[in-house]
Design a protein around this ligand. Sequence first.
Ligand code: IMP
Length: 432
Amino acid sequence: MSTLVIVGSQWGDEGKGKITDMLAARAGLVVRYQGGNNAGHTVVVDGLEFKLHLIPSGILYPDTISVIAGGVVVDPAVLLEEVAGLNKRNIDTRGLRVSQSAHVIMPYHKLLDSLEEETRGDGKLGTTCRGIGPAYTDKVHRCGIRISDLLEPETFKARLASVLKDKNIILQRVYEHDPLSFNDVYDSYTLLADKLRPYVTDTTQLIMDANKADRNILFEGAQGTLLDIDMGTYPFVTSSHPIAGGACLGTGVGPTDIDSVVGITKAYTTRVGEGPFPVELSDDTGDKLREAGHEYGTTTGRPRRCGWADTVMLRYAAAVNGLTSLAVTKLDVLTGLDEIKICTAYRYRDTVIEKFPERLDVLAECEPIYEILPGWREDITGAVTLEDLPVAARMYVERLEELSGVPSSIISVGPARAQTIVSKRLPASFQA
Ligand code: IMP
């Protein structure tokens, strides 16, 4: 049995949901370790589409425990809505566990997220306005409200009274916004707390016990490496740790207990929100990729910015996450192109750089240097082995592997569970 972390190796939206769903078939536990309902996964099972924001994709398997760990920020109303939506479609959610240490997204977090974005004007970050940044800010500022606080009416009352006093001063004096009513917030969140109570537990202990009992544990990262608060393209990042190390921080699992890290890598690159994006295509090819790949946000519906694969970034993601293999997703989206480009290095002023620059002002000036590969026209959506792929598609994947220095263990050629090529490089305990 083993532990496996799934991380996005780009800017999120790499198709992690499908891979998590697929690997969850072999997992005892599937654990979300960071982020909140800024994430969005689309999973297709037997032709039915499920859109999940907070609940791990493991929920679609009745015998898998799906854990929302302490590193996640939880909007209780969104979580309960998601539970109700799944139940309506006859999905059993009794396997859901929510950490008592997870921080709660409060109404003032959502409000402040939107107001702060408005105030930034042209300098906006392009957040999802779900209250993620403000909730993590309060956690670090030590004025957050945790699920355990929410479940104790007297503790909740005292904490909310103290925090809301400050938040209302900010809302009124900084943003000239109406204050929030203590009673409204208290009453609505107390109701939500009661509904949440059956799912709440000590998830750190749960994960430790599962690890001791030698069960397969799948850690599901949300967003992507370049959106990491420390390792990403700051300030155009999210406020948590999507990288593999985030699995340790957000769950309590020790680094030496992680056996493998699979980097989910879309066959091209997308980004939502603001910030430099060297391989961005603002032409017909970019539009073609957006339409063929349905590149519109699951959470906000925003059109995603599209570009070619960027192996400068991929080498960085490989190092930062300690990737043991890649899962190359959406390879089918590239079908029909005459030629396909891969970015191998950047040109910065008059120098060529092969390492991802740490400074954002440098990245903003980088021009991609491309290698051009032949495209393919054959339909690959039914491929089940590498040999089923046309030579050009195989060459493309091999080149991604060579340039990133990481072998692939999974290739996805369509949204359904079955449209996946799995190699022996995937840890044996996660092979079907
Ligand atoms: P926030 O996470 O809502 O604070 O947004 C910060 C940045 O992360 C923005 O650029 C968002 O578009 C981006 N972001 C947040 N969640 C996701 C995601 O799941 N996929 C892709 N981008 C995301």
